[in-house]
Write a protein that binds this ligand. Sequence first.
Ligand code: BG6
Length: 293
Amino acid sequence: VRDWNGVAQVVLRSPKGASARVSLHGGQVVSWRNDRGEDLLFTSSKAIFKPPNAMRGGIQMCFPQFGYSGTLERHGFARNRIWALDDEHPPINQNDSVSKVSVDLILKPSEDDLKCWPHCFEFRLRVSLSKDGDLSLVSRIRNVNGKPFSFSFAYHTYLSVSDISEVRIEGLETLDYLDNLSHKERFTEQGDAVTFESEVDRVYVSSPNVVAVLDHEKKHSFVIRKEGLPDFVVWNPWEKKSKTMVDFGDEEYKQMLCVDAAAVEREITLKPGEEWTGKLELSAVSSTNCSDH
Ligand code: BG6
């Protein structure tokens, strides 16, 4: 555990030298590096690492709302709050404890949170790094309220890419998406992969659980796996929008792409006492391995 601007960060290291850093501010993964020390997640050079707002980059926890679909601040309050280390975490099974290092965090609503979202919950997050450097996030959200509640959710994931114009996402072809740039109108993906030549802000609904993000120049591509989360959000702000974000460089849209495992189109509803689990797994595959297969 390290202190960073007054907020603790937990550093996970694999035996081969990969690492991940998780901040108690937002439960945010603020860095993930492979065993060559390369950053796999994007962090803006203008990122602000101080509460109250989430740092621009890494993986942000969007809960209990994604976007502006409800009455709360954009993407909900979880990404802006200070989380705690969770002492009552479920035991790590023996196979896992050999092959992974993990940290368990918990968020419970404050009095102020309950004023704007009057539902008692416990949000447990386990972030793990495997011995091969794969990153996994498991969220468990429990209703400890007397009444049902509903929420939307996303792992808002800023991938680091070499040049957005060269990137393609495979696995979303032929799917329907809701386009945030045209009032959530529904379209069907026509391309044989998703590529980028202007601003993109879409929710690919009911998508398969595995997609690949292929980056032609870089030595690695990403494989993203999800469970319990029906949608993928794909976002790149491109040139004009970039200039409106104070914590984002004008040209930085070229080096990032957000691909978020999410539950956006349909909210998740929990009855009293019920728990929901949503998983994200990220692997960075080196291009040499890709061409071997
Ligand atoms: C994306 C949304 O996930 O996040 C975009 O689809 C939004 O609409 C973007 O602009 C960034 O949001 P924020 O609140 O982190 O600036």
